[in-house]
Design a binder for this molecule. Structure first.
Ligand SMILES: Nc1ncnc2c1ncn2[C@@H]1O[C@H](COP(=O)(O)OP(=O)(O)OP(=O)(O)O)[C@@H](O)[C@H]1O
Length: 684
């Protein structure tokens, strides 16, 4: 809204007043000379400048434009700087023309043409754009502000149809209805947004002369409003994200004072907003240094700092980073992870991995290293076996790669798109294993299927088959012969189409003699026996296997070890590897851990001490007494290892018997074998 003060309210002043009064954007006040008071003008004043000034004082708001119509330049000159932003002197003649325009029948254009300069002085002094059209909708007049807003010269507009210039113009409509339209928004084709008031030009006698529009460019205001809305939206969104995040978040300002925390933060630390906001960054720490302060001092992020927070002294892991706006430090933001949660998630992940491992065959023949003639032969046999439906029996010591080959056989066979399921026959009690393998009709419906059914059309890998009880051996034989199972507690035979791949590190022949393994099952399984030689008998594989395992370990440990040096390789080749490839992997893993970050090759100094074993001749109680003093725990460990090995051998590597004889649980035996690198992980 612009405040216009018209000084002198004679005929000319009254005309201008009327013209302006038609637009709501201009607030017009008129001050008249008492002698020339025109009808409708209530204010009167004498000629004194003081009177005009006191009138402006009384208005109590600044004047945008003073229009002087009295023609008294001295009054105008005195007044124009008084609380006024702009002033326009309209000679009485011009004012008179405008008066005539409204009262007589001359066209606006013709009238204004006569006094072009004065007209422009008036109309250009208005910030708002102004367009006048005649009865034919042709533009007859535009002011400077309109030129700027429309980005067109006067010459490009005057004489043209208004709809050619502003396609959505409503001025023709306003002429038709003779009704003014106030403050209407309009988008121009040049991208600007305006708010416009359209007024029909009608004489007092009711004759239509044309129409005019007064409009403001509100592009910036709208854009600003939109920007503010956008910013507000982003802010709201961020706020919602932070508040609903499962990650605990805390933000401090550049001085380390608490600015923001979220509910997850309160959940972990037990600290509420009132205890943190505005308080020093150290307020939440019960043990350790403030990472926020470190970030603010160094302007560098911190990752994975462990500390204890809050009254509950929660173990947490903190990542913190500086907040920089245009390079200026504004604060620090920290994400806090609850370690107990991470630990439980890790164990969940382990369990999930375990399950997945049982369901997918990850390895193919390409993943198996075979440089030695023995291993090449083994793989050839396995590849032939893969292409036939026959049951395969993999035989070899623990850690030689039986499971790996079982995976590869499945993946090479036409069953590869179906499941590969691994069962460790030594890891479960007989009853549980029976239900797991054949299903359990007495269980809840979703748990009734056994692994033979699960593996239908695929492969079932029966690891450690030598540990299967004689009764279960009979049931397995039944499946192999009849391709059907009967669930525990059920009667109905269910047909299954499963390829069995069995594996053992047990001397099955001896077990048969001792009536611990059924002959019929043995012959059924032994149609395609595949022997895997122990690593000590295929030293040609040691070097390529070492390289292969280092690549794998690099991925696991995030290292970049390139290989082993000659001396270390010599030591490895000399060693007899009772735990076979698994033990080699273990040794290399330990070596890598003991290496400095900048070392690229495993040297002999990195290898753990590798003692030659001679299981066969081992006499545990008559070993030569060593003169070397070794720590008690090491001695006990070594003793335990040798004892287990000895007992395993005595029991033909049947772990259930070994455990019984040692008077420890099967699980405990597995645990100890793994600890001493003597066997595979205990499956649960
Ligand atoms: N030839 C090989 N090439 C690459 N990796 C191998 C090879 N042989 C064994 N491995 C690796 O050694 C480890 C032990 O292999 P695997 O589990 O197949 O042995 P296993 O004979 O089934 O052992 P167990 O009798 O204890 O069940 C695995 O990590 C496997 O990937």
């Amino acid at each position: 809204m612009q405040n216009v003060l018209i000084v002198g309210a004679g005929q000319g002043g009254t005309a201008i007043l009327k013209l302006f009064e038609q637009t709501d954007m201009i607030n017009v006040q008129a001050v008249a000379d008492i002698n020339q008071l025109a009808p409708g003008i209530e204010l009167a004043a004498n000629k004194s400048i003081n009177t005009y000034e006191s009138y402006i004082d009384a208005l109590n708001e600044p004047i945008d434009i003073i229009v002087e119509t009295t023609g008294k330049e001295e009054v105008f000159n005195d007044l124009k700087n008084y609380k006024t932003r702009r002033s326009v002197l309209i000679p009485g003649t011009v004012a008179h023309v405008i008066y005539n325009l409204l009262n007589e029948k001359e066209s606006l254009l013709d009238q204004l043409k006569k006094e072009t300069d004065s007209r422009d002085l008036l109309l250009n002094s208005i910030h708002d754009g102004m367009i006048v059209i005649d009865l034919d909708h042709n533009i007859t007049y535009v002011n400077e502000a309109a030129e700027n807003i429309l980005n067109l010269n006067r010459d490009e507009m005057v004489g043209h149809l208004v709809t050619e210039i502003i396609s959505d113009s409503h001025l023709p409509n306003v002429m038709k209805t003779r009704k003014k339209e106030l403050n209407q928004p309009l988008n121009l084709s040049n991208g600007k947004r305006i708010i416009t008031t359209r007024i029909p030009l009608v004489t007092e006698q009711g004759e239509l002369l044309g129409a005019f529009a007064v409009f403001k460019d509100i592009t910036e205001v709208v854009e600003l409003a939109e920007e503010i809305t956008d910013l507000k939206n982003i802010q709201n969104m961020l706020e919602a994200i932070i508040q609903s995040s499962e990650e605990a978040i805390s933000v401090v300002d550049e001085y380390g004072r608490g600015l923001l925390i979220n509910p997850a933060y309160t959940k972990i630390t037990g600290l509420k907003e009132s205890e943190i906001i505005g308080k020093p960054a150290t307020a939440d720490i019960s043990e350790g240094e403030s990472m926020h302060m470190q970030v603010l001092e160094t302007r560098r992020p911190v990752r994975g700092a462990r500390m204890k927070v809050g009254p509950l002294k929660r173990d947490v892991l903190v990542n913190a980073a500086p907040i920089l706006v245009d390079g200026v430090l504004k604060g620090s933001v920290a994400i806090i992870h609850d370690l107990s949660e991470i630990e439980s998630l890790t164990s969940e992940l382990k369990k999930a991995r375990q399950i997945i491992r049982n369901l997918e065959a990850k390895y193919t023949f390409d993943d198996i290293i075979a440089q030695s003639t023995e291993m090449k032969l083994t793989l050839e046999q396995a590849k032939v076996g893969a292409k036939t439906p026959v049951t395969v029996l993999l035989r070899g010591e623990s850690g030689t790669g039986k499971e790996l080959i079982a995976h590869a056989i499945h993946n090479e066979s036409d069953r590869k798109h179906y499941k590969f399921i691994r069962v460790n026959c030594a890891s479960m009690e007989e009853e549980a294993l029976e239900k797991a393998l054949f299903g359990d009709e007495t269980g809840p419906p979703e748990k009734q299927k056994g692994l033979f059914e699960e593996a239908n059309n695929g492969s079932l890998f029966l690891d450690e088959i030598g540990d299967l009880s004689v009764d279960l051996q009979a049931r397995v034989l039944h499946v192999l012969e009849n391709q059907e199972i009967i669930r525990v507690g059920g009667r109905k035979p269910i047909p299954v189409n499963v390829r069995v791949i069995a594996a053992t590190n047990v001397n099955l022949e001896r077990a048969m003699m001792e009536k611990e393994f059924r002959e019929d099952l043995f012959y059924r399984l032994n149609r395609l026996p595949i022997m895997i030689a122990p690593l000590r008998e295929r030293t040609d594989d040691i070097e390529p296997l070492t390289q292969h395992l280092i690549t794998k370990l690099n991925e696991d440990y995030g290292r970049n070890v390139k290989g082993v040096n000659v001396k270390a390789l010599g030591i490895l080749k000399e060693y007899d590897f009772p735990g076979n490839v698994r033990e080699l992997e273990n040794i290399l893993g330990r070596a890598i851990i003991s290496m400095e970050q900048n070392e690229s090759y495993i040297k002999d100094k990195h290898l753990p001490s590798l003692r030659k074993h001679s299981f066969k001749d081992l006499d545990l109680f008559n070993e030569p007494v060593s003169t070397e003093v070794i720590p008690l725990q090491d001695a006990l460990d070594e003793f335990e290892k040798q004892l287990i090995l000895e007992t395993l051998e005595k029991n033909n590597y049947i772990k259930s018997k070994t455990a019984k004889q040692l008077n420890i649980s099967l699980r405990n035996l597995y645990y100890k074998m793994e600890k001493h690198n003597l066997g595979k992980d205990v499956q649960s």
